[in-house]
Design a protein around this ligand. Structure first.
Ligand code: MEV
Length: 324
């Protein structure tokens, strides 16, 4: 069977959302495909964009554990996803092949998408039909265990799809524009746990300043949500630029992300910003039409980056028996 899970971008509000402020995020037409079939032991192989590795996990007396040498933080999500699926009633060993169209640590929700795919696949192979809400909670549990803290953003987007506003435990779908976007990878992974820790260290050193920045980020996200619903893509772009400045102040942009953001703005984007946890990973830019989006993606490729023109997708993960 196959579970196909969309990746995501955050249009506004990352990091501050972890501290209870609002964020706006969208599911995009880049996918993680998780294929699974019953097997005599549980074996997971992964193929992310630009990165190839595999792991072997084994059941020990204290639960599932990684037994391969080849460790990256991303693998903790895989193992915890298998553990979480077992807690939810999964009882099969499976051969799991993961193909993710985004690079790991790219800020595109690759971890949440992979966790979602593994949990849904193992439950379905065990004859269970999990509700989307259960899957959403399970993804957040895994993210919290691996990262220390997590908002509901990624778990919500990969299960519900579309454009969503998240604030604490409240989530709502936003109906309005679904503009063409360009996602561009800086070539440097930015692991979420480290980015979250960096912001938290700054918050401990300068709590008033950081809380002030987060309140501003929250205000911008509220306005982005209204602009999305009003169909005002130009305003969404302008506010994304403001949001990028605030995220830079939190220390989560990088030289390369700043370069991507500046190239995108100068070559026709209405707005551009770092997306997701930052400290590497991706930037996202928005456009009125597909044509300038394609041009900007080409310009970014010409200066050496990987760039994709993407659209939002409605609906979250989907399953098929065939894997076709
Ligand atoms: C994750 O895509 C973005 C962060 O805000 C973390 C979270 O929301 O859990 C950095």
């Amino acid at each position: 069977m196959e579970v196909k899970v969309p990746l995501k971008v955050i249009l506004s509000g990352e990091h501050a959302v972890v501290y209870g402020h609002p964020a706006v995020a969208a599911a995009i037409d880049m996918w993680t495909r998780v294929r699974a079939e019953p097997h005599d032991s549980t074996v997971i192989s992964t193929r992310y964009f630009g990165f190839e590795a595999g792991i072997r996990v084994e059941r020990r007396s204290d639960g599932w554990t990684v037994v391969s040498e080849d460790l990256l933080n991303e693998f903790s999500y895989l193992v915890e996803a298998v553990n979480e699926a077992e807690r939810m009633g999964a009882n099969v060993d499976a051969k799991i092949d993961i193909h993710c169209e985004g690079p790991p640590g790219s800020g595109l929700g690759t971890s949440a998408s992979v966790v979602c795919g593994i949990i849904v696949a193992l439950l379905k192979l065990s004859g269970l039909e999990p509700e989307r809400e259960e899957v959403r909670e399970a993804i957040r549990n895994v993210e919290k265990r691996v990262q220390g803290r997590a908002s509901w953003t990624d778990a919500t987007v990969v299960t519900m799809g579309g454009v969503v506003k998240v604030k604490g435990e409240d989530v709502s779908k936003l109906n309005g524009i679904e503009p063409p976007m360009v996602v561009c990878y800086s070539g440097e992974p930015g692991p979420t746990a480290e980015a979250l820790e960096k912001v938290e260290r700054l918050r401990r050193k300068a709590p008033d300043v950081v809380e002030g920045l987060m309140e501003r980020i929250g205000e911008v996200a509220e306005e982005v949500a209204s602009a999305v619903e009003d169909g005002n893509v130009e305003k969404v772009g302008l506010l994304m630029n403001v949001n990028h400045g605030l995220l830079s102040a939190l220390g989560v942009s990088t030289l390369r992300i700043d370069e991507i953001v500046n190239v995108a703005r100068r070559s026709g984007a209405l707005g551009a910003k770092v997306t997701g946890a930052g400290t590497g990973g991706c930037a996202v830019a928005v456009f009125e039409d597909e044509e300038p989006a394609r041009r900007v993606a080409e310009t970014l490729r010409a200066v050496g980056y990987d760039a994709w023109v993407v659209r939002t997708v409605s609906g979250g993960y989907r399953t098929s028996d065939s894997g076709a």
